[in-house]
Write a protein that binds this ligand. Structure first.
Ligand SMILES: [Mg+2]
Length: 384
């Protein structure tokens, strides 16, 4: 009896240690596009800078400096509205090539510190520094050193989050922006998650937040009251994710990107189309093709991009990134109608439709997935 208790204790102790063993840093550049513009053009420094489209047309804010954010401007807002909020703002067109170049240089810095790097976007990445390449004694000091090196070599500030899994590191990096460093130790993780407002959970967008609030979920503590099954019933696959992360469980590894960057498919229509229902039918066909291509390469994706070309040849894209991974056409079609609704498709005629998936990874055989139970093979007699 005594021995058994001891074993149980030992076991749970070991589990805790396994959980605490990983050290993950999430690095996120501060107002990246706008900061690069201020770096390259000293006249813009200290001023509200908005990178995006034409404020006289229907342009959208791609990024804005912290000076501009003080006026209530944020990305995805229309440039026209941004100008009304801050008439003295400097509007600049995006220079994607330049951002990519600097992004590459930031990546070179990461490579000096970590062997496992997973870029999330042009200005964000996860680094697994469980063992760092410079033998720096702690993950916090590693994050500090990386931020300092980015600042001294490139003149740009980054914010970093340090914790024991990707979910916590990502949330941490957002807590002291700009130019901040936040550490959530394994010991702090659970109390931190309990008090965290639900909108701060990575993966909870505005729609999910409203649904959670309607269920009485304002913080992590409220989320803890729901069973896995209840959350899956309400949120599908993401329900599993929410159930786990609020308990501090997130075993997703930091995965370097696969060679293939994206997989997609598009169809140019024989006739321009204004009917949204018909567009969705065609998009379902495209999603099936993309799902087949992903299956063939055994890949899953985190980001879906919907592409629309109107009859006047103006092309727009809308994207969505999930905290969980997807690969089936059903999963894609759960996102597509919402994205389509944010375009002018239907009001304007459409000549091309496309779906692209990015943020690809090899499907992880260790990831929790629904098991296919081997049913009794009725054609054969059981062996016993
Ligand atoms: Mg950023």
């Amino acid at each position: 009896m005594h021995l058994q208790t001891k074993n149980v204790k030992l076991h749970s102790h070991r589990n805790q240690r396994v959980m605490a063993e990983r050290k993950i840093i999430h690095i996120d550049m501060d107002a990246f596009f706008a900061s690069v513009e201020q770096l390259d053009n000293p006249d813009l420094r200290g001023r509200p800078v908005i990178v995006g489209g034409d404020p006289d047309g229907r342009g959208v804010v791609a990024a804005c400096s912290y000076e501009a954010r003080r006026f209530g401007i944020h990305s995805a807002m229309s440039c026209a509205r941004a100008r009304r909020l801050c008439p003295q703002a400097c509007f600049v067109r995006p220079r994607k090539e330049r951002y990519r170049e600097i992004s590459g240089r930031i990546m070179e810095i990461f490579k000096k510190y970590a062997a496992k790097i997973e870029p999330l976007s042009i200005d964000e990445a996860f680094l697994d520094v469980t063992t760092n390449l410079k033998n720096i004694p702690s993950a916090t000091w590693t994050a500090h050193a990386i931020r300092r090196e980015i600042y001294t070599t490139l003149g740009l500030t980054a914010s970093a989050g340090v914790s024991c899994n990707k979910f916590l590191a990502k949330i941490a990096s957002d807590m002291n922006k700009p130019d901040g460093l936040t550490v959530i130790t394994p010991k702090q993780a659970l109390p931190f998650l309990r008090s965290l407002p639900i909108r701060k959970f990575y993966g909870v967008g505005r729609v999910t937040e409203q649904r959670m609030l309607a269920m009485g979920i304002k913080t992590g503590a409220d989320l803890l009251q729901y069973s896995r099954q209840e959350l899956v019933n309400r949120f599908g696959k993401s329900g599993n994710f929410f159930y786990d992360v609020v308990r501090g469980n997130d075993n997703r590894p930091v995965c370097p990107r696969q060679g293939r960057k994206s997989i997609g498919s598009e169809i140019t229509l024989k006739e321009d189309l204004a009917n949204r229902e018909k567009m969705l039918t065609i998009l379902t066909r495209i999603a099936t093709r993309v799902a087949e291509a992903l299956a063939k390469k055994k890949l899953s994706a985190a980001t879906l991009i919907l592409k629309i070309r109107y009859s006047d040849f103006v092309t727009v894209t809308r994207s969505r990134t999930l905290p969980t991974r997807f690969s089936t056409d059903e999963e894609m079609m759960a996102m597509v109608p919402g994205l389509l609704a944010t375009t002018e498709a239907g009001t304007k005629k459409v000549r091309l439709l496309g779906i692209t998936t990015t943020n690809l990874q090899q499907r992880d055989s260790h990831a929790p997935r629904q098991l296919k139970l081997p049913f009794c093979n009725r054609d054969r007699t059981p062996h016993y």
